[in-house]
Ligand binder design. Structure first.
Ligand code: PLP
Length: 464
């Protein structure tokens, strides 16, 4: 019988979109105009866009067909009820509040439960989560296990919460903690999963202290797959079954459905508590829209309802995780310093090991991202001191916990040859790394500075 070790894309292509092929001269001009910030570069000047896996999925024929069935009624649209039932079934949570994307759920939730004097612990807060917690006046605390902060350490579940640390925080100041957040998978910590065992321990700890547990579940399906792959006793289990068990450990969840929802836009906030749900709906009406559409079109709700089922298919998840690992393995074999092991949605370069001569305060991850774009028109995203550090009163940078460059892989979009091109480009930049230098930030807004700040090289020419 024929068997193959090649894991193929479980789809074929029906519609094609041409790839932009800017010249090196174009790229130079774009970088100069963008003040070296890749968020300011038009997508038309990017060949392979690995800036994010958010909202960049290719939708399936079933999703497009669902969109034609979208009910655009203002209140009580059929598409809302379909979406609500899918999310209820997935999460076991009664109240399902659609939002236009994950941060809208964060804004609503932390406006209600955050505020000065509060502390919100998580394994690692994603950038928008941290910003929304802090914007409310509360403190965002990261309590990921020690291995989760060591890029080179090997651990199957580097997204796990340090439960003893959480326990002592709650023992000392639970009255300040409105809820505990677990991000699955841990995006800012390298797309690393959280084990079922760890989630159960966090649940027990929350129960012990009477504090609710919320999931930031943008990549719940990828997390479920890692549990199936890596956790004792979970091999071969239906990913949907694992996902159901995960959600039933929590009191609430919010999702950027632009990730594992296969949506180009959308998200939800789901909670069990009636009073909290009522408060959230009131905020939603104020900022997002009526509770049965939450800032989305009926057709968006349809696409998500379909996508949330597709994302749990075994063939898809097998391909998804294998294709990320493929890129990781090829770069690892070439000696490029990586965060270990491969994440679910992305491969992360370890910028401090990649450029040991450039201190974190001089933004090594940004320097690599700029070089990668200049040389190959591949766009990556710095997840390090630019994103999570801050400028101190003396003008120096307080470094982020790690300096990473994230190559996020959009779902069902690029083929293996696209990824081979990316691998070659990263290897080239690594070989030429001695030419790279440090950077400083020249102007920055108060929150989420990485989206809009500018950069200046420190005594070298990044565009040479
Ligand atoms: C993307 C993301 C968010 C924010 O969602 P948006 O849809 O971008 O607003 C929050 N948390 C995690 C873990 C994410 O990956």
């Amino acid at each position: 019988m024929f068997t193959s070790s090649t894991i193929i894309e479980p789809f074929r292509v029906k519609v094609v979109e041409p790839l932009p092929r800017p010249t090196r001269e174009d790229r130079c001009r774009q970088l100069a105009a963008a003040r070296l910030n890749l968020f300011s570069i038009p997508a038309e000047a990017v060949t392979i866009d690995l800036m994010t896996d958010s909202g960049t999925s290719a939708m399936s024929q079933e999703q497009w067909a669902s969109m034609m069935r979208g009910d655009e009624s203002y209140a009580g649209a059929r598409s809302y009820y379909r979406f609500r039932d899918v999310v209820r079934d997935l999460t076991g949570m009664h109240h399902v509040i659609p939002v236009h994307q994950g941060r809208a759920a964060e804004k609503i939730l932390f406006t209600l439960v955050g505020g000065p004097g509060k502390v919100v612990p998580a394994n690692t807060h994603f950038d928008t989560t941290r910003a929304n917690v802090e914007h409310s006046g509360a403190e965002a605390l990261d309590l990921v296990i020690a291995e989760g902060l060591q890029p080179q350490a090997e651990h199957p579940f580097k997204g796990n919460v340090d439960v003893p640390l959480l326990d002592s925080l709650l023992a000392e100041q639970k009255q300040r903690v409105p809820l505990v957040v677990v991000t699955i998978t841990n995006n800012s910590g390298g797309g690393q999963p959280v084990s079922l065992e760890n989630l159960k321990q966090v649940r027990a700890c929350c129960d012990k202290h009477g504090v609710p547990l919320f999931l930031d579940c943008a990549r719940f399906a990828e997390n479920a797959w890692f549990i199936r792959q890596r956790e004792a006793g979970q091999a071969g289990r239906d990913p949907a079954d694992i996902a159901h068990e995960i959600f039933r450990l929590a009191d609430g969840a919010w999702m950027s459905a632009k990730k594992d929802g296969f949506g180009n836009i959308g998200g939800f906030l789901a909670v069990k508590d009636d009073e909290l749900a009522a408060g959230c709906r009131n905020m939603l009406i104020l900022t997002e829209g009526f509770p049965t559409y939450g800032g989305l079109a009926g057709r968006d709700l349809e696409a998500l309802a379909t996508g949330l089922g597709e994302v749990l298919e075994v063939d898809y998840l097998c391909y998804r995780i294998a294709s990320t690992e493929y890129v990781w393995r090829r770069l690892d074999e070439a000696g490029v310093p990586l965060l270990r092991p491969a994440g679910g949605h992305a491969v992360y370069l370890d910028a401090r090991a990649f450029l040991p001569g450039i201190p974190p305060g001089q933004l090594p991850g940004q320097s690599i991202s700029i070089a990668l774009y200049l040389e190959s028109a591949v766009r990556a995203c710095e997840i390090g001191t630019v994103m999570f550090g801050r400028t101190l009163a003396n003008g120096e940078q307080e470094p982020g916990p790690m300096d990473l460059v994230r190559l996020a892989i959009p779902r069902r979009v690029y083929t293996q040859s696209h990824m081979d091109y990316v691998v070659e480009a990263v290897c080239y930049v690594y070989a030429e790394r001695a030419r790279l230098g440090g950077l400083r930030i020249i102007d920055e807004p108060e929150a989420l500075r990485h989206f809009t700040c500018g950069f200046e090289p420190l005594g070298w020419d990044p565009l040479r």
